[in-house]
Design a binder for this molecule. Structure first.
Ligand code: HEM
Length: 89
C-alpha cells in the first residue's frame, strides 16, 4: 500500500494509519481508544509513528496494534522516507 491509497482512509467510518511502516485499520478501534477518537482522526490516512511514540504507549498498546494490522507500506515508499512525498501525502 502506498500513501496515495492510505490517505483516502481518513474518516471516522474508514480510518487507516501507519506506524513503523505498517498499515492499521483502526476504524473499529476509534471509540475504544483511551486517548480518544479525535487524535486518531488527526492522524488518519497518515504516518502516525511520531505521535504514537511521543505518547510513550505501553506494551499493551503495542500488542493491540496486531489486531488492526492490515498490511505493509510499499517498500518503494519506505526508501523515500525522508523525501517530501513521504511527509506530505
Ligand atoms: C492503532 C494505534 C493506537 C493504539 C492501539 C493505541 C492504544 C492506546 C492505549 C491502549 C492507550 C492506554 C495507555 C497505554 O496502554 O499506553 C492509549 C493512550 C493514549 N493514546 Fe493511543 N493508541 C494508538 C494511536 C494513538 C495515536 C496515533 C495517538 C496520537 C496522538 C494516540 C494518543 C494517545 C493518548 C494521548 C493517550 C493517553 C490517554 C490518557 O491517558 O489520557 N494514540 N492509546
Amino acid at each position: 500500500m502506498n500513501f496515495e491509497e492510505i490517505s483516502k482512509h481518513n474518516k471516522r467510518s474508514d480510518l487507516y494509519l501507519v506506524i513503523h511502516n505498517k498499515v492499521y485499520d483502526v476504524t473499529r478501534f476509534g471509540n475504544e481508544h483511551p486517548g480518544g477518537l479525535e487524535v486518531l482522526l488527526d492522524e488518519g490516512g497518515r504516518d502516525a509513528t511520531e505521535s504514537f511514540e511521543d505518547i510513550g504507549h505501553s506494551d499493551d498498546a503495542r500488542k493491540l496494534l496486531e489486531k488492526y494490522y492490515i498490511g505493509d507500506l510499499d517498500p518503494k515508499v519506505k526508501k523515500k522516507k525522508n523525501s517530501l512525498f513521504y511527509n506530505v501525502v
